[in-house]
Design a protein around this ligand. Structure first.
Ligand SMILES: Cc1cc2nc3c(=O)[nH]c(=O)nc-3n(C[C@H](O)[C@H](O)[C@H](O)COP(=O)(O)OP(=O)(O)OC[C@H]3O[C@@H](n4cnc5c(N)ncnc54)[C@H](O)[C@@H]3O)c2cc1C
Length: 512
């Protein structure tokens, strides 16, 4: 007699669903608990007044050979419903407009003297993509992962030695070595790209990570049919096909711990219903931030996790606008994605770098006829919104309105007609994000990628609980969390046999 182990995944974000699918395919019994009525979290798509708005993420990369979504598609048997677009997006600096295309020509034309830099960047990125496809469990958390890293290192020896100086410097040090550190417009341009792909700017981003992050537009980016949430819908369908289940509109309220191991989770139906039900589990995977995991573990949270959540600085949040725009108001050949950088100095957050994504004209499912569903976002500090909400709700509402107006004005200078064509406008702050994604204080995008030595792995201090999602290396983006998910699934497969003889079965205790 034997038992199939039960794995609970908290959250149906791309990270949670990818792990869940891979484990269900291996024969584990997998249940995903998702607070919302739809999957995807920050990369979900929601319905409002005839529109299908992307909640956060809009640009999907990683479908190229060796790319994370190509890998997960192959492992799970998914034929992704995506359509490539080139340019990836258009960057509007105050003094120039740059199209980010796969051939990188317009970038190099706008920044003469940078070709050598871009050649080196692409070379390093290609190697990094190749090595990550071979399996790069970083930072290694056990001897198996260390051996795997060494194996990938040997497979790419000696070409990988050229990565060492990049692993040890920042992007700014790298461009300074190339004599480009004083090129103000170029640095501003790179800062803008890195803020959206690595959560911080050239002086802080690790150069190896930066080289890969800057490669996104060169590898090709894609629209997902029906919105970015289509990725998670395909993952959810696959999970069900493999025998897994998803409980939507259910929240995990706490993780039960006995003798230092998770024995299951308590769930509630709906986000605000206090009535709890226990579900037993042999393994728990949290598609959450470390702060949210700490909350779910309460007094049983391991000391290291408690310390981590106290020690870490709060990370970035997003201020978003979901806008219905009349197509006629826009130029006929307007590109779908834009980044508007409003000035050349100072921080890029709080509306000074704005990302605008319009649903493609060919995807009639996304908006009423003649309209486009648009997602607009800018980085914002989370604490200010919570402080304001607590101290003065009117001031909170006013700031929200002021951000929305300022951003729409800035977009209108880069995308003429946007303001007059905007009809439905839904603003959202980190408070909104926390409500819809359960992310602690509405922090999004994971940790800034400053040093490979500070990278966070999936371990939590509890042997049968793992983190997955953009808080673990390599961090943010649907592609990044997919790599993390493949790694976590491999860890679980190594730790937990797909079938446990009942006489040795030790976790499954019922709680009341
Ligand atoms: C504004 C914005 C723009 C972005 N743009 C891009 C982009 O263009 N391209 C790109 O690739 N990436 C982009 N990203 C980043 C990308 O969206 C994220 O890195 C990625 O989607 C995170 O996935 P995740 O697996 O960490 O899960 P999350 O997206 O965090 O989802 C977690 C899920 O778990 C659920 N959950 C959490 N706790 C519980 C609980 N206790 N009970 C039940 N359910 C729970 C939540 O409801 C949620 O559905 C953007 C992010 C934002 C916010």
């Amino acid at each position: 007699m034997s038992k199939t182990p039960h794995i609970i995944v908290i959250g149906a974000g791309v990270g949670g669903l990818t792990t869940a699918g891979l484990l269900a395919k291996e024969g584990y019994q997998v249940t995903v608990i998702e607070a919302n009525t739809y999957p995807g979290g920050s990369a979900g798509t929601f319905f409002h007044k005839g529109y299908q708005f992307d909640a956060g993420a809009t640009v999907a990369g990683g479908f190229q050979p060796n790319g994370p979504h190509a890998l997960s598609g192959e492992l799970l048997g998914i034929d992704w419903k995506v359509h490539q677009h080139d340019p990836a997006w258009v960057v509007h600096l105050p003094d120039r407009t740059i199209k980010l295309c796969m051939d990188n020509q317009d970038v190099e034309k706008n920044f003469p003297g940078t070709s050598e830099f871009w050649k080196e960047q692409h070379n390093i990125a290609e190697l990094a993509w190749k090595m990550s496809a071979q399996g790069l469990p970083f930072p290694p958390t056990d001897i198996r992962e260390l051996l795997q890293l060494a194996k990938v290192g040997l497979m790419n020896f000696p070409r990988d030695l050229q990565m060492i100086p990049f692993a040890l410097s920042s992007v700014y040090q790298w461009i300074s070595r190339k004599g480009l550190g004083d090129n103000k417009a170029f640095v501003r341009f790179l800062d803008g790209q890195l803020l959206i792909s690595a959560q911080t700017t050239t002086p802080h981003v690790n150069a190896l990570y930066g080289a890969t992050a800057l490669d996104l537009s060169r590898q090709g980016v894609f629209h997902v049919e029906g919105g970015i949430g289509g990725l998670s819908e395909q993952l959810a369908d696959k999970l069900k096909e493999f025998g897994g289940e998803i409980l939507y509109r259910h929240s995990v309220s706490r993780i039960a711990i006995d003798n230092g191991r998770a024995t299951g989770v308590y769930i509630t139906r709906g986000k605000r219903n206090p009535q709890e039900r226990f579900i037993e589990a042999d393994f728990v995977i949290a598609n959450t931030t470390p702060w949210s995991l700490d909350d779910l573990l309460g007094d049983d949270s391991p000391q290291n996790l408690k310390r981590e959540t106290k020690r870490r600085d709060l990370t970035q949040g997003a201020f978003v606008l979901h806008v219905g725009v009349k197509n006629d108001a826009l130029a006929k050949d307007v590109d779908d994605h834009h980044q508007v950088i409003v000035d050349m100095d100072g921080s890029l957050g709080e509306g000074r770098s704005i990302f605008v994504s319009m649903s493609p004209e060919w995807d009639s499912s996304r908006a009423p006829e003649g309209y486009r569903a648009v997602t607009v976002s800018t980085h914002t500090q989370v604490q200010q919104w919570w402080d304001l909400l607590q101290s003065d709700t009117n001031a909170y509402a006013e700031r929200k309105q002021a951000y929305a107006e300022r951003m729409i004005d800035a977009i209108d200078t880069a995308v003429p007609g946007f303001k007059v064509g905007a009809e439905v406008i839904l603003p959202g702050t980190p408070v909104t994000y926390q409500f819809y994604t359960q992310r602690h204080m509405g922090m999004v995008g994971g940790f800034p990628q400053t040093s490979l030595f500070k990278a966070r792995g999936p371990k939590t201090g509890i042997p049968n609980v793992r983190l997955v999602g953009d808080s673990i290396f390599p961090g943010q983006s649907t592609a990044g969390v997919t790599l993390g998910a493949i790694r976590v699934a491999n860890q679980v497969k190594r730790t937990l046999p797909a079938s446990i003889p009942l006489q040795t079965y030790s976790y499954g205790k019922s709680h009341s």
